[in-house]
Design a binder for this molecule. Structure first.
Ligand code: BTN
Length: 241
């Protein structure tokens, strides 16, 4: 299997902010937890924490996120203006979708708010943790990509998830995958700052959710309806029923 390291990811990377510093762990609990600790220690914006195995990875809605060896889990530290925090879900899911386009030629779609699917199966999950402490806005953007599936995974998991290797029918280079993703995140971060409406337009066009019947969970509340539109703040409007 291809060797991952901070050095091979950083070499000649043409980015402005994302990936200024890359920290690699062969295995770690959760890159988001390491990222939050790095923020507390004053890490610079654009720092990336990357691993190929998480032992206590976290998903949305307090779920666990499995990252068995050979996959990619990374967290990026961004310090945007507070009025742009909503746009981070757009930035991150679009960057992953563009990266999949470039790496595999396959068409992926975004499931609101920021899952990325290929052929209606989940290939990437994103967990963004924001904080505005003492007026200092910071976000830890955690991205987990299934590069190869664990053959021991449960049939329930395999019914809902897929991997890049499986969909592409070949082994995807994780070094190229991470480097392409960092370039896309960096490019779209520029758009987020200079032209957030453009980012919103690109994201909403890539959403596969609109027009479909969906079930949205918020805390203990579950709402069902048809997804009609999304707002500039990332919110989903449902026709109930
Ligand atoms: C979800 O779909 O529920 C979100 C999954 C987010 C997983 C990523 S992997 C990198 C980062 N570190 C974590 O512990 N979680 C996020």
């Amino acid at each position: 299997m291809e060797e991952l390291s901070a050095g091979v990811i950083e070499r000649g990377l043409q980015t402005r902010i994302v990936g200024r510093r890359v920290v690699y762990y062969p295995s770690v609990g959760s890159t988001n937890e390491v990222g939050k600790e790095a923020v507390r220690r004053g890490a610079e914006e654009g720092t990336v924490i990357v691993t190929e195995e998480q032992t206590t990875g976290k998903g949305r809605l307090k779920r666990a996120w499995l990252t068995p060896k050979g996959n990619i889990a990374l967290s990026v530290l961004l310090y945007p203006p507070s009025e742009r925090l909503y746009h981070l879900i757009m930035l991150s899911s679009l960057a992953v979708a563009h990266t999949i386009d470039k790496m595999t030629g396959l068409k992926s779609e975004i499931k609101w708010p920021n899952d990325v699917l290929i052929g209606s199966k989940k290939v990437c999950g994103i967990l963004i943790e924001n904080d505005i402490g003492n007026g200092f806005v910071h976000a830890v953007i955690g991205i987990g990509i299934n590069v190869k599936l664990d053959p021991a995974a449960s049939s329930d998991f395999l019914a809902a998830a897929t991997s890049l290797n499986r969909e592409a029918g070949r082994e995807i280079s994780r070094v190229d995958l991470v480097r392409t993703l960092l370039v896309e995140l960096d490019r779209l971060y520029d758009t987020l700052i200079s032209s957030p409406h453009e980012l919103y337009e690109m994201w909403s066009h890539r959403l596969g959710t609109l027009g479909k019947k969906v079930r949205v969970t918020s805390g203990d509340e579950v709402t069902e309806g048809v997804a009609e539109s999304v707002g500039e703040d990332g919110s989903l409007r449902l026709r109930l029923g």
